[in-house]
Design a protein around this ligand. Structure first.
Ligand code: CP
Length: 315
């Protein structure tokens, strides 16, 4: 049995299989509508979510399966003090697979150690968000036709942004990737990622506070929200929250084929008038989240792809 806790839990060949399966599903979703009949997905969300929880639920329903779960800790027995370990032991009796979001880093990993069903990390604190990364990869692939030879600008909260951490880790495995890390000093990428991922793998990167300077070089601009919920001090949040606002005027300096990604939700960091720019890819990205989660559920449950007649299990 496999779990998905970290994006690198899938090797490069498995990642390729996942993206190919997600693309096949996107081309003909109706072909997959009975694939997970009688299977149950539990969504265990200890932290708010719109896209991740609902796209997991939509994914399982699109595959013909069923969904159960809780959307916040205060409507589960976590509010009475039940541990993640006990919760997953019990949920293992009710479901075939579980997606867990938790504010504490490492909680889905701990759950996986006690689980009898595959556990998917749906975001743990400021740590990792692997299924968002698979969504990002499918969107980049769709926009650029490749995952190599890209200059990627990451902008905003690079310190607490788990989507940023997972994307850097994953894209560091590709060829000829350069990162431009755009943030205020207080929200820089953590040192452990700089050292253990970028420096250790000889990945070129620049750190800058200027979105305008970076813009003309980028194939991808990955905007992120400054996350109020990760700050201990309201004053710091207020000072930093509007550090970057992408506007129509700033887009004039970008390449014609640059893609703007954002894991969403957005607050102020992308002006509404950017939404009509053909380079804005963030709603397409949210749609891709359903296809990659359908593919992931199929692979973790070892289901058969009706298009190829073959089992798509991870081994
Ligand atoms: N991208 C993302 O994780 O969004 P939600 O917090 O709404 O799930």
């Amino acid at each position: 049995m496999r779990h998905l806790i970290d994006p690198l839990d899938l090797n490069e060949s498995e990642m390729q299989d996942l993206l190919e399966l997600a693309s096949r599903i996107r081309e003909d979703p109706a072909a997959y509508q009975e694939v997970a009949a009688h299977k149950k997905l539990a969504t265990l969300f200890y932290e708010p979510s719109t896209r991740t929880r609902l796209s997991f639920e939509a994914a399982m329903l699109n595959l013909g399966g069923h969904v159960l779960g809780f959307p916040s800790d205060n409507v589960s027995s976590a509010s009475k003090g039940e541990s993640v370990a006990d919760t997953i032991r019990v949920v293992s009796c009710y479901a075939d697979i579980a997606a867990m979001r938790h504010p504490k880093e490492g909680a889905p990993l701990r759950a996986s150690q006690y689980s009898r069903i595959p556990v998917i990390n749906a975001g743990d604190g400021g740590h990792q968000h692997p299924t968002q990364t698979f969504t990002d990869l499918l969107t980049i692939l769709t926009r650029h036709g490749r995952l190599d030879n890209l200059t990627i600008g990451l902008c905003g909260d690079l310190k607490f942004g788990r989507t940023v951490h997972s994307l850097i880790k994953t894209m560091a495995r590709r060829k000829n990737i350069k990162f431009i890390l755009i943030s205020p000093d207080e929200l820089r990428v953590p040192d452990y990622i700089i050292k253990d991922v970028l420096v250790a793998n000889n990945i070129p990167f620049e750190e800058t506070a200027s979105l305008e300077d970076a813009m003309p070089q980028l194939d991808i601009l990955y905007m992120t929200r400054v996350q109020k919920e990760r700050f201990f001090n309201e004053e710091d949040y207020v000072r930093l929250k509007n550090s970057y606002i992408l506007t129509k005027e700033k887009m004039e300096a970008a390449r014609p084929d640059m893609a703007v990604l954002h894991p969403l939700p957005r607050v102020n960091e992308i002006a509404l008038d950017v939404d009509d720019d053909p380079r804005a890819a963030y709603f397409e990205q949210a749609q891709n989240g359903v296809y990659v989660r359908m593919a992931l559920i199929m692979m973790l449950l070892g289901l058969t792809d009706p298009k190829t007649g073959k089992e798509v299990s991870l081994c």
